[in-house]
Design a protein around this ligand. Structure first.
Ligand code: NG6
Ligand code: CA
Length: 516
C-alpha cells in the first residue's frame, strides 16, 4: 500500500462515511428536493482545466507562474501524485469522465470537429444523470467537445441531443474547442445571442463564403498559426473549420474566462439552498491562448503562462463564491485537467521561446498526445473541508472512477452495465485510504497498462515523434515496459529483460480491451 502523506483517517470521518453510505434513505435520495442537503450530501464541483500539465501549477512545482487559488485547494485538500485522465486528448478523456467507460470502447471517441453529432447516447447513465437522479441540480459550463445534435444539426434551430439529454439540467458551453468553429456559445438548446436574420452555418469541408481566411489573408491575424488553424477568422484569430453568419453570437476570446466564470457563479447563486453538481470545464489553457489583458503581465511565460494565471483566477472566483455563500465547507471540489500539456499546439504565441526552465509535464516524459506518463498523469486535487483531511496521496486513481465514486458517495452503486470501467475509489478521493486502483489503461496512439508501478505500452505503428508539437508520442513497434518506481521518466525500456511480465501485462490489457 502506498503511503498517504500527512492526511490521516479519523474515526469521526469513518462514522460520517458509514452514515452517508449506509443510512441514507433511498426515498430521500430519489427525490429532487432540498432534503438531500438536509441529510448531509455535499455539493460537487468539478473544475476541469484544458491541456494543463502536471508541472504547470505551483502546488505541483511550477515556479515561473503562480497559482495561489489552486494551491489553496491543494493545501486544504488531497493532492494526488498519480492521478490520470483516461486519454491524452480531450474528447476521449471527457467521454470517459462522464460515462465511466474507457474511450477505446467507442471508435467515435476521437478529437471531434465542431459539427460532430452527439457522442454520448441520450438516456445513457452518466455522471450528471446519476447525480440528478439523486436530487442534485446539474450544470455544465465551458468546453463540451462531445458532439451535438443527431447528424442533421441546424445551428439556428433547437440543438439536441446535447448536455441536457445526458443528465445536465442546464448548460452554457463552447460546442467544441476555442480553436474550432463555431465560435459561439450554446445555452441549453440554442446558440446564445443569435440573430435569426443572420443565420449561422458551419462546414469543415470548405469555405461557405468569400470572407478572408487565415490562409488567404494572414496579414489580418493578431496571432498567427504555427500549424493548421488557417481557416475562418474570428476576432483576429484563424480557426479550424469554416463558419459564416452568426455575427451577433460570436464569442470574444479575451472575455471568455469572465463569461464562463460568471455563468458558473450564477448557477451556484441560484442553487445555494439545494445540492448541486457543477461541471466547470475551462477553455484555459487550450489554444488560442488569449487571456484577458489584465493577465498580460501575470507570468514571465507570455500567453501560455498568463492563461494559467487566468485559470487560477477562475478557480478563485468560484471557490470565493462558494465561501461567500457559506457553501465551501460542504462542497466536494475536484480540480483536474483533461490531458497533459503541450507547448506549441498550433499558434505562434511565444510559448516555446518563453518556456525557460518551466517543465509543463513535471518529471514525466511526453505530454498531450503521448503514451508516456505526461499524456495522462495530470494535476488532481480533492477538497472538502467538512470531510477531507489535507494530505498528499500517491494512490493510483483515474477520472473514469468519478462515476462510481460519486455514486457511492451519494447513495449506492450505478445500475448494471453503467460505468463499466469505473471503480469506486471514494476512500482514496477523500484521503481516507492510500489504496487506489491496481490496474489502469492509458490511451493515446496506442494503449498502455499500468499495473502498480509497472507500465506496459502495447506495440503500435504510430510515429514516435510529432515535429509540429515537439511531442514524444511513445509509440513503438516493439513492446515497451517501464518500472516507474525507479524510472519515473520512462527512460529505460526493460521489456527485453522481463519477457514474462510483458506477456502477462499484454494479456491483461487485451482482456480489458475485450470486455465488456
Ligand atoms: C489538434 C489541433 C490542436 C488541438 C487538438 C485538440 C491542429 C494542427 N491541431 O488537431 O490545436 O485543437 O486537436 O485538442 O489542428 S484537445 O485538447 O481538444 O484534445
Ligand atoms: Ca485538452
Amino acid at each position: 500500500m502506498l503511503p498517504l502523506r500527512r492526511g490521516r483517517c479519523s474515526s469521526s470521518n469513518l462514522k460520517r462515511r458509514d452514515f452517508l453510505q449506509l443510512a441514507l434513505p433511498a426515498a430521500a435520495l430519489a427525490m429532487r428536493s432540498p432534503t438531500a442537503s438536509a441529510v448531509g450530501l455535499p455539493n460537487i464541483v468539478l473544475l476541469y482545466a484544458d491541456d494543463l500539465g502536471y508541472g504547470d501549477i505551483s502546488c505541483y512545482g511550477a515556479r515561473r507562474v503562480s497559482t495561489p487559488n489552486i494551491d489553496r485547494l491543494a493545501r486544504g485538500g488531497v493532492r494526488f501524485t498519480d492521478a490520470h485522465c483516461t486519454a491524452a486528448t480531450c474528447t476521449p478523456s471527457r467521454y470517459s469522465l462522464l460515462t465511466g467507460a474507457y474511450a477505446f470502447r467507442n471508435e467515435g471517441a476521437q478529437v471531434l470537429p465542431g459539427d460532430a453529432p452527439a457522442l454520448i447516447q441520450p438516456g445513457r447513465e452518466t455522471l450528471p444523470s446519476t447525480l440528478r437522479q439523486r436530487g442534485y441540480r446539474t450544470c455544465a459550463v465551458g468546453k463540451w467537445h462531445l458532439g451535438l445534435g443527431d447528424g442533421h444539426l441546424d445551428w439556428n434551430a433547437e440543438i439536441r441531443p446535447g448536455p441536457l439529454e445526458v443528465g445536465f439540467d442546464e448548460c452554457f458551453i463552447l460546442p467544441a474547442t476555442g480553436d474550432r468553429v463555431p465560435c459561439v456559445y450554446v445555452e441549453n438548446h440554442r446558440v446564445a445571442n443569435l440573430d435569426p436574420r443572420d443565420p449561422l452555418k458551419v462546414d469543415y469541408r470548405g469555405p461557405l463564403d468569400d470572407q478572408p481566411t487565415g490562409r488567404t489573408h494572414p496579414e489580418l491575424l493578431r496571432m498567427k498559426p504555427s500549424h493548421g488553424h488557417d481557416m475562418t477568422i474570428v476576432n483576429g484569430i484563424s480557426r479550424i473549420g469554416y463558419m459564416s453568419g452568426g455575427k451577433s453570437a460570436l464569442w470574444n476570446d479575451e472575455t471568455m474566462a469572465d463569461t464562463l466564470t460568471g455563468r458558473a457563479v450564477s448557477f451556484i447563486d441560484r442553487n445555494a439552498s439545494h445540492p448541486f453538481f457543477l461541471y466547470f470545464a475551462t477553455h484555459d489553457i487550450h489554444v488560442p491562448r488569449m487571456p484577458h489583458k489584465r493577465f498580460s503581465d501575470s507570468s514571465v511565460m507570455g500567453p501560455r503562462g498568463n492563461s494559467i494565471a487566468e485559470l487560477d483566477w477562475c478557480i478563485g472566483e468560484i471557490t470565493g463564491a462558494l465561501e461567500k455563500r457559506n457553501l465551501l465547507k460542504n462542497t466536494l471540489i475536484v480540480f483536474s485537467s483533461d490531458n497533459g500539456a503541450v507547448v506549441d499546439d498550433g499558434y505562434q504565441d511565444g510559448a516555446v521561446q518563453k518556456l525557460g526552465s518551466h517543465r509543463p509535464n513535471g518529471p514525466f516524459r511526453g505530454g498531450k498526445y503521448s503514451n508516456f506518463e505526461g499524456g495522462t498523469r495530470i494535476p488532481f486535487v480533492t477538497h472538502w473541508p467538512a470531510r477531507v483531511q489535507p494530505g498528499v496521496s500517491d494512490a493510483l486513481v483515474s477520472q473514469v472512477d468519478l462515476l462510481r465514486s460519486f455514486a457511492a458517495l451519494t447513495g449506492g452503486d450505478v445500475p448494471p452495465g453503467a460505468g463499466p470501467d469505473s471503480e469506486n475509489v471514494l476512500p482514496s478521493l477523500l484521503g481516507e485510504s492510500s489504496q487506489g486502483r491496481t490496474l489502469l489503461v492509458e490511451q493515446a496512439g496506442s494503449l498502455a497498462l499500468r499495473d502498480g508501478n509497472w507500465k506496459y505500452i502495447a506495440p503500435s505503428n504510430g510515429g514516435k515523434y510529432n515535429e509540429s508539437t515537439a511531442t514524444e508520442l511513445g509509440n513503438d513497434r516493439e513492446p515497451q515496459l517501464y518500472n516507474l518506481s525507479n524510472d519515473i521518466a520512462e527512460t529505460k525500456n526493460v521489456a527485453a529483460l522481463e519477457p514474462e511480465r510483458v506477456r502477462r501485462m499484454a494479456e491483461v490489457l487485451s482482456k480489458i480491451r475485450g470486455t465488456p
